[in-house]
Design a protein around this ligand. Structure first.
Ligand SMILES: [Zn+2]
Length: 671
């Protein structure tokens, strides 16, 4: 495990903007940055990054946190691995003590699979450079293809020996469990418990996630056998083919820097382009693009350039996948390579400058490209012409921005000779149909099959209920948990505020200068702690109680700053909780409601804090009284007079207490 000092160093080194920027493109907005949220399907930027607070937060889905949380969540890393990731990024050395067997056990399946994949990658790479078979077959193949050793090493290419289960045996010997060999698909289990390596006598291409972890392999056979040229890892707990893009780990920084992504088909296209000095390139690995892959690109850039082989056979098939990119609002350009060339072969003949030059001269806007292609095909055939117009309309209808659609309408009208108005009407109809289809999918049971009509808005699921600005609804329904979290929120957000001397902004004008009366200071944290200690109250939520205990220990220390302390807490659950409490929905409503002025909570702390504390105490009393009443009923039923008297006395005390606080409950009205 990692020692506390190192954890602190990592936490204070990690800058939220830098960490998040490795995964998505951020734009400055005021003092914050915004980008497309990586945790939900975000069409307009909802993901806020605050360099001042060193946290991020999505105001649509609520995800976010410190740099550590962000990495944990996005990359599905464990706490320790997320720390290691950040340590590596910031060049901090991590001294780790050996994991015990229990710790290894607790590491979880996913983690074990990543560890095994990483081990496999190292074995395959060692085979390639050190094993005689690997060198003569694998390495010489890569050299023949023109790959340099530095590029082979960068992409962690490897070789799997041509034996039945060489890798499986080696992994078992090294202590890896068979279960994970099977789960990752590195070992295939057949009938009668037949076990064999999935990859045999193949050159190996590891597939990396955005953060560089190996999730899968592609293995290419070199002999002319009647077997598939490529074998890939199966889908697994860690590998979902539709969510990975080959090369994204090596490309992400270049994509952000150049605000553009090249899209190619195969592994070797990506590698050759890197070797030629073009690094902003990813491969869809032969299949049509998926929504998950598009989201990954979209988070980094809105500009995608697709490189196609010169032959026209592949073009039509590939064009279909591009419609999805258009729908996501991306700007798509197309480059056709010279006849007989693919990105791999072409890159070997060019350096980066010449390649970029070629792209600049030959790239065409996708819609224009498609329209031209269709028009040329249709020629003067009236039937084909109708089909062509339909296809152009279908494509333009996918583009989300109206203004962009109109530009294309003008252009397509010019080149096709079809009247602009006709195109506009057809596109509007198409979009309406698509919208209806979407609603149908979203509310299948609501649709009336007879009429195709949809219920009005009032029948749709209600939007999420708005909470009032104090963070919870007061009254009988408020749970203890609500009070506890609100009290903690006050401590974390406003602990160091002197609530006795807060002035309402609007009041300031009323007070003549120099006459401002100053009350003795009353800090929020002090007030709450004293109140809770006075009645020896403990929170029922264990996580909250743990925080409170640490507050009790530290609140008198002048250097103690609750928000900073808990946000950077070593326990990730606590720091996550602290972030959630300090960036709640209240901020969200502040950002989004430009029209409704939201009362400033911090200006009302002098009213709010005591109000919430007293209500919390009242709720506790009520809960205790309910318990006593139940005990009284129980004692009556059991005919236990001693119990009964004891409980009645107790109830009397609580009733008295409740009477005492009653006037305070009514006194504070929140305005
Ligand atoms: Zn989100």
């Amino acid at each position: 495990m990692i020692d506390y000092g190192t954890i602190e160093r990592i936490q204070s080194a990690a800058q939220i903007v830098e960490v998040v920027s490795d995964f998505l493109t951020l734009r400055k907005r005021g003092v914050n940055y915004v980008g497309l949220c990586p945790f939900h399907e975000d069409k307009s930027p909802s993901f806020y990054v605050s360099p001042a607070k060193n946290i991020c937060k999505c105001f649509a889905c609520g995800e976010g946190g410190t740099p550590l949380h962000f990495v944990m969540k996005l990359e599905q890393l464990s706490y320790v691995d997320a720390l290691k990731y950040l340590a590596k990024k910031y060049g901090i050395e991590v001294k780790e003590t050996e994991m015990t067997d229990e710790e290894k056990q607790a590491h979880g399946d996913r983690e074990s699979m990543f560890i095994l994949n990483s081990y496999a990658q190292k074995v395959f790479s060692a085979n390639l450079f050190e094993n005689p078979e690997g060198k003569t077959i694998g390495l010489s193949y890569f050299h023949e293809r023109g790959f340099r050793d530095d590029v082979i090493k960068k992409f962690q290419l490897g070789y799997s020996l041509e034996e039945k289960d060489a890798f499986t045996q080696q992994a078992l010997l090294a202590g890896y469990k068979f279960a994970y060999l099977e789960k990752t698909g590195l070992t295939v289990v057949g009938e009668n418990n037949y076990k064999a390596d999935r990859f045999r006598g193949r050159v190996m291409f590891p597939v990396h996630t955005l953060s560089g972890k190996v999730v899968a392999f592609g293995g290419r056979i070199l002999k002319n056998e009647k077997t598939a040229k490529y074998v890939n890892s199966p889908e697994s707990e860690v590998y979902h083919k539709s969510n990975e893009l080959y090369g994204i780990y090596f490309a992400r920084q270049a994509i952000v820097k150049q605000d553009r992504c090249f899209l190619v088909e195969g592994y070797t296209d990506v590698i050759s382009m890197h070797q030629a000095g073009i690094e902003n390139v990813v491969a869809s690995s032969g299949t049509a693009l998926t929504q998950g892959q598009i989201r990954m690109i979209h988070r980094l850039t809105t500009n995608v350039t697709v490189l196609y082989d010169g032959d026209s056979a592949g073009i039509k098939a590939a064009i279909r996948g591009i419609d999805l990119l258009l729908e996501a609002g991306l700007n798509i350009k197309i480059v056709l390579l010279p006849e007989g060339e693919d990105p791999d072969s072409f890159a070997h003949k060019q350096n980066a400058t010449a390649f970029n030059e070629f792209i600049k001269e030959n790239e065409t806007d996708f819609v224009r490209f498609k329209a031209n292609l269709l028009i040329r095909e249709a020629g003067n055939d009236p039937v084909k012409k109708v089909k062509m117009v339909t296809e152009i309309v279908d494509t333009i209808a996918l583009i989300p921005e109206e203004i962009v659609r109109l530009v294309y309408v003008k252009e397509c009208s010019l080149i096709s000779g079809v009247d602009e108005g006709t195109l506009v009407r057809a596109i509007a109809k198409k979009r309406q149909e698509a919208l209806l289809q979407k609603k149908k999918t979203a509310y299948p049971e609501a649709a009336n099959p007879e009429t195709g009509n949809f219920p009005d808005e009032s029948q749709m699921p209600p939007p999420q209920e708005q909470e009032d600005y104090t963070g919870f609804a007061f009254g009988k329904t408020s749970s203890l948990d609500n009070y506890e979290s609100t009290i903690l929120r006050y401590i974390i957000r406003y602990g160091e505020i002197d609530m006795a001397n807060i002035k309402e902004e609007e009041d300031i004008d009323d007070i003549p200068k120099g006459e401002t009366k100053k009350e003795p200071p009353l800090f929020v944290i002090e007030y709450i702690v004293e109140e809770l200690k006075q009645d020896d109250l403990k929170f029922s939520n264990p996580a909250y109680q743990q925080i409170m205990e640490e507050v009790f220990e530290r609140y008198k220390n002048p250097d103690f700053h609750a928000e900073h302390y808990f946000r950077n807490h070593v326990d990730p659950n606590i720091s996550k909780l602290a972030v959630d409490l300090s960036t709640d929905k209240y901020i969200e409503s502040k950002i989004h409601s430009r029209y409704k002025p939201v009362p400033k909570e911090e200006k009302k702390l002098f009213d709010l804090v005591p109000y919430v504390v007293i209500n919390y105490k009242n709720a506790l009393l009520q809960k205790r009284m309910d318990e006593i009443s139940a005990a009284i009923t129980e004692a009556e039923r059991n005919g236990d007079p001693e119990q009964l008297v004891e409980r009645m006395k107790e109830l009397a005390i609580y009733t008295q207490k409740k009477k005492m606080i009653a006037p305070f409950l009514r006194e504070r009205i929140i305005g």
